[in-house]
Design a protein around this ligand. Sequence first.
Ligand code: GLY
Ligand code: MN
Ligand code: MN
Length: 356
Amino acid sequence: MNEIKRLQSLQSRVHGWGVDGVLLFSMPTIRYLTGFTGSEGVLYAGADAAILLVDGRYTTQAGDEFASGEVREFSDRPEAIAELVSGCEAKRVGFESSALYYDSYAQLSDRMPGVTMKAFSDELNTLRIRKDEEEIATLRRAAEIAGNALAFLLEMIQPDMVERDIAFLLESAMRERGADRPSFDTIIASGRATAMPHAKPRRKKIERGDCLVIDYGAAYEGYNSDETCTFIVGKPTAEQREAYTAVKDAHDRAIDAVKAGVPASEIDRVARAAIEEKGFGRYFSHGTGHGVGLEVHEPPRLSKKSADLLEAGMVVTVEPGVYIPGRWGIRIEDMVVVRENGCEVLTTTSKELTVL
Ligand code: GLY
Ligand code: MN
Ligand code: MN
């Protein structure tokens, strides 16, 4: 089982980080290390011990899913953690600082007066950053399920349909094809709403002349796909065509630049330069992409200020966009696997300009 290897690999590193063990709180990472899929739990990983704490709702499930490990039930979380740490005779404990509320941290440190707590952020936040081939196959499947559902939707979509109804149809089609659920709230935006990168579907009909942004994904066995297509309903204006070409060009050049060893900020620079060249630079208001896996947004970041370096096995989105406030917006997003000499695109829908 991959989880056992991952957990053992983490356990072998804790002494090197200057602590006796680490406490993890984020559920995607706990799932990655143990297989446990519940909504709450705490994992302690010491050099010689790995213990999963869960509340009474999850005792049986955690025992099944983390069959090779030790599961303990808690009723008072800070008390159980303090007891566990003292039982392991740990004096220096690292914790996943991005996943622990300050109040919980304060309660915990009150209960462990003799223990030094050390915040770990990057070390733990990047545990899942490179995907193995099994994870990549799962992400590929998630992207295929989503893409097949969109292909089905495109057969029936027409002007006069309501944004919320389109979202419902697409989400149902993904589930029918095997998705556990949508990866995130589906974005269906038409007309002026397309100028907002994360618009919510409204009770509004799509109209001729609209841009139509569909940003959607399927969650499959815990892994999430993420893809955006922008369509034009009816005849595109010259300006819409120009902006689409600029975004598509940025997307294509950025994808061509993705390979192991390239700084993530370089991908953002390439995409941004293509959009700036066409005069739409001030309308590209977000980063070019993000890692995706057990979470929809996870490291690395593909942005101007990112210090991340692309490595083989990372799965990232490439999603340049142009948003003209009050008028319309265009985004094109694909999800790709970084390989030694380039990248593999996992999302399946053509990104050529499509008129509906
Ligand atoms: N669907 C959210 C995003 O593209 O980042
Ligand atoms: Mn998206
Ligand atoms: Mn995205």
